[in-house]
Write a protein that binds this ligand. Structure first.
Ligand SMILES: Cc1ncc(COP(=O)(O)O)c(C=O)c1O
Length: 349
């Protein structure tokens, strides 16, 4: 029924989200969710939430969530923007700061080209180096730059010096640093915010804070950038974060000890899994995220993925040049990773 679609809807190629298989007994290592539950304090905030508050619209700016984010990231509230997941925040940022001629790496979060196409923003991709690191000196965009740090799906982080180099190379354009996975080992660019008027950092509670289902994303930057995001928000949906998400998200952001502890656990499981995969012959990229990107020479990645799926283990494959032999494996619990390794050994035997 294409005839009912607008020109825009007909012309776009939507982002393809990872599968969300339902049912019990599934080991879900395909969308980088956190294998541990939200903290007891977060769940307590959820249970004690006064449902009668839902009668009113939520504070448009994020209310207590914005205050908690300011506290958690050590910035004034004027430097914080809250949205419905960082996907929405990033979508608003593309619209707020970019016209044309933006750049991002050839291998990165596959939503960037989708937003660019949606808003009609022209873009160039910069090839990652042979070792899949981001060539900071080549990240120059007349219209702006977007970079995920750590990058996805490689998991490789650029040191802060590289981010600073990109900011200096693009003084008149906004540089978006998407830190969806930074809590798992990358240096955050947030401390650079007071010094760089062109830096916007995005964060999410979906990965480090085990709240993918709540949909909370945050952008951090100087107030003129927050104003830009608010202009777009108020031209689209003035209340992007619901009252319940503001309350629960705030409780999560204020419970850093718990979330730091589960991030450390995930990092330890990641390192053990990377070692075990290397022992099985995989080439594994050095990850600073809650996933590994790995290839087993001589083995078809889609076939291995299919074997794992038969055993109810879901991982992600990207049918894209340069990375079609790789699988992206989210870090689960130690038990889940042991089962993954068992199935891989079985496949190899
Ligand atoms: C690099 C990157 N940025 C942003 C997001 C979006 O996260 P969310 O919308 O759940 O905050 C993801 C999700 O997978 C991601 O991989």
């Amino acid at each position: 029924m294409q005839r009912y679609l607008s020109r825009k809807a007909r012309g776009i190629t939507p982002y393809k989200a990872g599968e969300q298989p339902q049912g019990s007994g599934i080991i879900k290592l395909n969308t980088n969710e956190n294998p541990y539950p939200p903290s007891p304090a977060t769940l307590d905030a959820l249970e004690r939430f006064d449902g009668a508050r839902l009668r009113l619209y939520p504070p448009p700016d994020g209310g207590e969530l914005r205050a908690a984010a300011a506290q958690a990231f050590g910035l004034p509230e004027s430097h914080v923007f809250c949205g419905n997941g960082s996907d929405e925040v990033l979508g608003f940022a593309f619209s707020a700061f970019f016209d044309d001629d933006i750049v991002f790496p050839d291998i990165t979060y596959s939503f960037y080209p989708v937003w660019a196409a949606y808003y009609g923003i022209s873009y160039t991709t910069v090839p990652l180096c042979d070792d899949f690191t981001v060539p900071a000196d080549r990240m120059v965009g007349k219209g702006g730059v977007v970079i995920a740090n750590p990058n996805a799906p490689t998991g490789i982080a650029l040191p802060l010096s590289g981010i600073e180099q990109i900011l200096r190379l693009n003084p008149d354009r906004v540089v978006i640093v998407d830190e969806a996975y930074a809590a798992f080992g990358a240096q955050s660019a947030v401390p650079l915010i007071p010094r760089y008027s062109n830096l916007l950092v995005t964060k999410t509670l979906s990965k480090s804070h085990a709240l993918a289902g709540l949909r909370v994303g945050i952008a951090l930057g100087q107030p003129h950038l927050v104003d830009g995001l608010e202009r777009i928000r108020d031209s689209f949906n003035s209340y992007p974060v619901d009252m319940l998400a503001q309350h629960v998200g705030a409780a999560a952001l204020l419970d850093a000890d718990y979330y730091d502890a589960i991030a450390r656990r995930i990092i330890s499981t990641r390192e053990n899994t990377a070692h075990a995969l290397a022992m099985l012959g995989f080439s594994v990229l050095p990850s600073s995220a809650n996933f590994l990107f790995a290839t087993l020479p001589g083995v078809s990645a889609p076939q291995l993925k299919a074997h794992l799926e038969k055993n109810h283990i879901y991982v992600r494959h990207f049918n894209q040049p340069r990375i079609k032999d790789y699988l992206r494996i989210t870090i689960g619990t130690d038990e889940q990773m042991a089962e993954l390794l068992r199935c891989i050994r079985e496949y190899k035997a």
